[in-house]
Each structure stands twice: as C-alpha cells, then as structure tokens.
Design a protein around this ligand. Structure first.
Ligand SMILES: CC(C)(COP(=O)(O)OP(=O)(O)OC[C@H]1O[C@@H](n2cnc3c(N)ncnc32)[C@H](O)[C@@H]1OP(=O)(O)O)[C@@H](O)C(=O)NCCC(=O)NCCS
Length: 238
C-alpha cells in the first residue's frame, strides 16, 4: 500500500497562495474568516487550498468541486472511492498524507517548553514520561516533540481525537530508537498491527505518520513552496 506525504511551506502571499485560497468553498471561506489572526486565516486558507489541489489531482476531479465530509470527531474525508488523507500544520509547515488506507499525520515545531515534564506527566504514559526523564537538555526537548507527533499521528489515524486517553498507549521516544507504537494498554499484540514512522521535515520540526498496516511504501516530497506544487505533481505522475 502506498502513502504519499506532501510537505508544503504555508507562508507567503504570492500568486500561487492566492490561487490556492481561491479554491475554497463558501463554508471554508467562512471558517477562514472566523480566525482572529490574519496569519491563521491565511494559513488555513492556503492549507485547505493545497489539500483541494492535491486531492483534485489524485481523484482527477475539479479541486473546487470536492465536497468534504466530517467524521464524528471532526476528521475530514471525501466519499470518493478508496482515497484517504490527513493534514497537519505547525509553524510555517503543513503535511498532507494521501493513501489507500486510513492515515494519521502530525508535525510539531520543536520549541523550548519550560514545563515540558509537567506536560508529559499529564499527557504521556508512565513509561514515556520515564523515558523522557532519563534525557536532558536538547535531547529531551527533541524526544518530547517526537513523542507528541507520534502520539498525535496515531490518534489522528484513528480519527477519534482526545476521546482516547493519551496515556493509554506508548510510543518510542528515545534518541536512536526507531519510531514505533510499543504498547496499547489492554490490547497486547495490537501494537504489532500498526506502523508509526517519522516523516522527513525541516530540522526544527518533528513529524510522524501512523497507519494500521505492517508495511507501506512511503513517498515524501521535498519541502515545496505553493508555486512548486504543479510541477511536483507532474513529476510524481499524479
Ligand atoms: C485534530 C486533532 C487531533 C489535532 O489537532 P491539532 O494538533 O490542533 O492540529 P493538526 O495540525 O495536527 O491537525 C489539524 C488537521 O487535522 C484534521 N482533523 C480534524 N479533526 C481530526 C480528527 N478527529 N482526526 C484526525 N484528523 C483530524 C483536519 O484536517 C485539521 O486540519 P484543518 O483544520 O486545516 O482542516 C485535535 O482534534 C486534537 O484533539 N488535538 C489534541 C492535541 C493534544 O493535546 N495532543 C497531545 C498529543 S500527546
């Protein structure tokens, strides 16, 4: 099973960003307008425009004509046959995963957090918090963000948001350890049915993808500016 990940920088007010924002539906424009900060309005509009542009190519339909539906906890999907996607944004970057099976993706900008251990105490499993406590400085900060991205990718693949207690499963986080789902509390062995893998992202970001599959073929785009998307899609033969 193939999963493509598109990595796009959302900043900028160039012609391509405007063209992408113009693809939004009336409902999406309303949602964009509801953000207080201009920066958030713009980022939502460009991100949703990129999603429409990408899916339009995968499905061979007009980007504007796509109709998104939303699952119980807000995960968007399209009813069209056999295509799944998930979106994540942080800082200037957005990731778009597109594939033939339910997928979750997350990206987190690595930033200094004064209360990192207390956040881990609240949201991470005991074992994750213990792993994190064994690290210090920069390594702890990076591990924290990788852990966060891997956990969130998993809950986004499930699509059930925070109705799943975040401490009820354990991901790897120690430097040098491969990304992975290590344990799902109360379901021994189920973790083996899942794949959590890191996704290439700029140096100051942590990004991960989760799918319920033992193996996938993962393709990742280089970091693209919005105006590079058409050529990149052509090169990918989409
Ligand atoms: C969606 C959710 C799971 C993540 O949201 P977030 O971190 O704010 O934002 P992200 O950039 O990762 O993802 C947002 C995108 O996910 C998608 N999404 C929305 N609801 C979703 C859901 N239930 N499942 C999967 N994807 C969802 C949307 O496409 C959304 O993009 P859009 O707003 O442009 O349409 C959010 O509902 C949530 O509950 N976040 C929990 C945050 C947290 O405490 N994480 C702790 C991890 S240790």
């Amino acid at each position: 099973m193939e999963v493509d990940v598109w990595c796009v920088r959302l900043g900028g007010r160039g012609a391509a960003s405007q063209m992408l924002a113009d693809l939004l539906s009336a409902t999406e424009r309303k949602r964009a307008a509801s953000f207080h900060a201009e920066e958030h309005r713009q980022k939502f509009a460009i991100s949703r425009g990129v999603l429409r542009f990408l899916l339009g190519h995968y499905l061979g339909v007009e980007a504007r004509s796509l109709e998104f539906e939303y699952a119980a906890h807000g995960k968007p999907f399209v009813a069209e046959a056999g295509i799944h996607f998930n979106v994540a944004h942080s800082g200037e970057m957005a990731l778009f995963a597109v594939g033939g099976l339910e997928v979750g993706i997350d990206i987190e900008k690595v930033r200094p957090l004064a209360d990192l251990m207390s956040v881990a105490g609240r949201f991470f499993s005991e074992a994750e918090a213990r792993d994190l406590a064994s690290l210090s400085g920069e390594a702890r900060s990076r591990a924290f963000h990788h852990c966060w991205a891997r956990k969130e990718a998993y809950i986004k693949a499930l699509g059930i948001g925070l109705s799943l207690p975040l401490e009820s499963f354990r991901v790897s986080l120690l430097p040098g350890e491969p990304a992975g789902l290590l344990e799902i509390r109360g379901n021994p062995g189920l973790e083996l049915e899942w794949l959590i893998t890191d996704v290439a992202a700029p140096e100051d970001y942590a990004a991960a993808l989760a799918v319920r599959a033992r193996e996938i073929r993962l393709w990742t785009s280089p970091i693209l500016e919005p105006d590079q998307l058409p050529v990149a899609l052509y090169a990918r033969k989409i």
